[in-house]
Design a protein around this ligand. Structure first.
Ligand code: ARG
Length: 447
């Protein structure tokens, strides 16, 4: 039964948060006159000692330590005797664990955002160089070549998706920044404790309004799991493109040896395992979210032991995402883009079909009519095995001037509208992306 119910195995990582929470509670007990100055000092010294033992690895866990909260209180009592036994007055593990997990989530989400920023920086740096060199590739819809786009544009598309992850995770972090300490087991306390200064001591922005809600609310875990799952989905989509692009069929990307893996049997193999694992982990992250929502569903107020199941999914989601972000950043930082392969794939004459159409539109042809003309030419060229350029030159509404649009590398330069895939808008976009990175850096520096 013990093995089944104890949580020490995974909640030991809340130790720093539990120490912080206990320190704030000691200060609260002192303010309430429930501890003398001397007793508060003894407890603080004991907590410092426990903190050192835990950090140095000399903390001796005992078989009766059910979770990190009981382990720390047990040790404080060993060190401080009767004074140690005063620590838990007015507090329950229910408000304690809720407090600890919020403190953990605050630092964990900041760490995740720092990791996202690291990957965004790599995307930005690669995009900047690719924009300077005017590297372009086919843009796809339905995984069919559609229109050429700058590589910088493609990389920044992933960068902006990650930007929304940053917003979402920091937004979640703001909402969870509320202290539950002082809610007790579920109803508060008869002791003259004030949760407000305790919340302030712990660096929380707010304090609970309702003790039942305070001990049973795990919305922040579900929200964080969603933010991490969606971030994981974004990483998985990026990972899938790395896998595709690194294949011989695409040949757009060459992985650095240090960030690729070999095969145990095939000597020639260089595999994109990082990208594949990132792609796979998103499944696990989605599982954590749906699993935990199912755990929460139907729980009556207030604390139920079911809530102990909040920690493993959250810890694992944070760990997987932080590791995946760093791995993907390293892979992308060191990979080589094959600009020639990309250009060759993008330079098919068909890629300029829409440019021909728009050329006609600017000369007064209604779009649908222009579309029919160009579609007819593209079809003819394919069926009769003649170069499209020949048909365009011969066409009365097009002619030699329009043929210039079919030259390699021309099409992408014609994506001039704001937010578009050509050099001019991408230059502006890069600047705005840099501003976004600076804002995130600034936000992180305040956490
Ligand atoms: N280990 C428990 C958890 O993580 C701590 C709270 C236990 N509270 C209780 N009343 N049994 O949720």
């Amino acid at each position: 039964m013990w093995e089944f119910t104890a949580s020490l195995r995974f909640d030991a990582r809340l130790a720093p948060d539990d120490i912080a929470g206990s320190r704030a509670h000691v200060a609260g007990l002192r303010r309430a006159g429930l501890l003398t100055d001397g007793e508060a000092k003894i407890l603080s010294a004991a907590l410092t000692r426990v903190e050192e033992e835990l950090a140095g690895g000399s903390f001796a866990f005992k078989p009766g330590d059910e979770d990190i909260h009981t382990a720390i209180e047990r040790r404080v009592t060993e060190l401080a005797g009767d004074t140690g036994a005063k620590l838990h007055a007015g507090r329950s593990r229910n408000d304690q664990v809720a407090t600890d997990l919020r403190l953990y989530a605050k630092r964990a989400l900041a760490e995740v955002v720092a990791g996202v920023l690291g990957l965004q920086r790599v995307l930005h740096d690669r995009a900047k160089v690719a924009a300077r060199d005017q590297v372009y590739l086919p843009g796809y819809t339905h995984l069919q070549r559609a229109q050429p786009v700058l590589l910088a544009h493609h990389l920044l598309a992933h960068g902006w998706a990650l930007g929304r992850d940053v917003d979402r995770l920091l937004d979640c972090r703001t909402r969870l920044d509320v202290s539950p300490l002082g809610a007790g087991a579920l109803a508060g306390s008869s002791l003259p404790l004030d949760p407000r200064p305790t919340a302030e001591d712990l660096g929380f922005e707010g304090v609970f309004e309702n003790s039942l809600d305070a001990v049973s609310d795990r919305d922040f875990v579900a929200e964080a799991l969603f933010g991490l799952a969606l971030l994981g989905v974004h990483l998985s989509r990026l990972g899938e493109e790395v896998v595709l692009w690194a294949s011989a069929e695409f040949g757009f990307l060459h992985l650095d040896d240090a960030w690729a893996t070999g095969s145990s049997m095939l000597p020639q193999k260089k595999n994109p395992d990082i990208a594949e694992l990132v792609r796979a982990k998103s499944g696990r992250l989605i599982g954590h979210l749906t699993g935990f929502l199912a755990t929460l569903k139907g729980l009556p107020l207030a604390y139920n032991r079911d809530l102990q199941e909040d920690k493993e999914p959250l810890f694992d989601a944070v760990d997987q995402v932080v590791a995946g972000l760093a791995a993907l950043a390293g892979l992308l930082e060191t990979a080589t883009f094959d600009a020639d392969r990309m250009a060759a794939a993008a330079d098919g004459a068909d890629a300029s079909a829409v440019d021909l159409t728009e050329w006609l539109v600017t000369r007064g042809t209604p779009f649908r009519a222009a579309y029919m003309i160009v579609a007819g030419l593209v079809r003819d060229a394919a069926e009769r095995h003649v170069p499209l350029a020949e048909l365009v030159t011969a066409h009365p509404s097009l002619g030699p001037e329009a043929v210039a649009l079919l030259e390699p590398g021309v099409s992408v330069t014609r994506r001039t509208s704001p937010g578009g895939a050509g050099p001019r808008p991408v230059k502006d976009q890069l600047e705005r992306f840099r501003a976004h990175l600076a804002t995130t850096e600034e936000r992180l520096s305040h956490l």
